[in-house]
Design a protein around this ligand. Structure first.
Ligand code: TYD
Length: 222
C-alpha cells in the first residue's frame, strides 16, 4: 500500500467508447442491476456530473474551447473532472457507494491525447494531477465499428444538432476506436473490451459477468 492510503470503500466503474456505442443504456442497466442487489449506486457522466462541471460541459460541447487547441481543451476537460471528483465521485466512494460514470479520463487520453496529438507525457501528467489515485476500479470499453456507431448516434439525434466531436470526419472516429483499444491493451487489470455491436441485452450480460467476477465479493481496499 502506498504511503498516501486510499480511502475508498465503494467501487468506481466507468464506460468508455466512441459515439453511439450505447454507453448511457449500459450505465442505466448496470445501475438497475446493482440497485437490485441493494447496493447504493450513483450514476454520473463526463464532461459534467457536478454543477460547475456541467457549466464547463456546455462550453466544451459547443466548441468554445476548441480554438484554443487540444492542450487547452484537455485542461478544461480536466478542470471539470477535478470538480466532479471533489463534489460527487470521491464523497460517494468514501461512504461506500458504487459510482458508475459515462466517460472519464480515458476519453481525454483518446480524444485530446491520441487525436489531438498531445504527447503521452502531457496526458500522463495531466491525469496524475487531475485524477491521482482516483482511477476507476473497472472500465468497460464498448467497442464497435466507427461507421456503425456514427449511424446509431445519427439515428438517436434525429434532426438535433451535431456536437463538436460528432461533427469530426470518419477518420477521426476510426482513430478513436484504436485509441481506446490501445488504452485497454495497456491496462488489462482495469479494462474490459466488450463487443458493443450486439444487442443491449447481450452487452449488459457481459458487463454484469465482469462486475460479478471482478468486483462483487472482492474485499474493499480501504
Ligand atoms: P456526450 O453528448 O456525452 O457524448 P457521448 O454520448 O458520445 O458520450 O458528449 C461528450 C463528448 O465529449 C464526446 O464526443 C466525447 C467528448 N469528450 C472528450 O473529448 N474528452 C473528454 O475528456 C470527455 C469526458 C469527453
Amino acid at each position: 500500500m502506498p504511503a498516501a492510503k486510499r480511502v475508498r470503500k465503494g467501487r468506481f466503474i466507468t464506460f468508455e467508447g466512441g459515439e453511439g456505442a450505447g454507453k448511457s443504456t449500459q450505465v442505466k442497466r448496470l445501475v438497475e442491476a446493482l440497485a437490485a442487489r441493494k447496493i447504493e449506486t450513483v450514476a454520473t457522466r463526463e464532461p459534467g456530473g457536478s454543477p460547475n462541471a456541467e457549466e464547463l460541459r456546455k462550453a466544451l460541447l459547443a466548441g468554445l474551447v476548441a480554438p484554443l487547441g487540444p492542450a487547452a481543451e484537455a485542461m478544461i476537460f480536466s478542470a471539470a473532472r477535478i470538480d466532479h471528483l471533489d463534489a460527487l465521485i470521491k464523497p460517494a466512494l468514501a461512504r461506500g457507494a458504487y459510482v458508475v460514470c459515462d466517460r472519464f479520463a480515458d476519453s481525454t487520453r483518446a480524444y485530446q491525447g491520441a487525436l489531438g496529438k498531445l504527447s503521452e507525457d502531457f496526458i500522463d501528467g495531466l491525469e496524475r494531477v487531475t485524477v491521482g489515485d482516483a482511477m476507476p476500479d473497472l472500465t468497460f470499453m464498448l467497442d464497435l465499428p466507427a461507421e456503425d456507431g456514427l449511424a446509431r448516434a445519427g439515428a438517436r439525434r434525429g434532426n438535433g444538432t451535431v456536437d463538436r466531436f460528432e461533427a469530426e470526419k470518419l477518420d477521426f472516429h476510426l482513430a478513436l476506436r484504436d485509441a481506446f483499444k490501445t488504452i485497454a491493451a495497456r491496462n488489462p487489470q482495469r479494462c474490459v473490451v466488450i463487443d458493443a455491436s450486439r444487442s443491449a441485452d447481450d452487452v449488459a450480460a457481459d458487463v454484469w459477468r465482469a462486475v460479478e467476477t471482478r468486483l462483487l465479493g472482492q474485499k474493499a481496499s480501504s
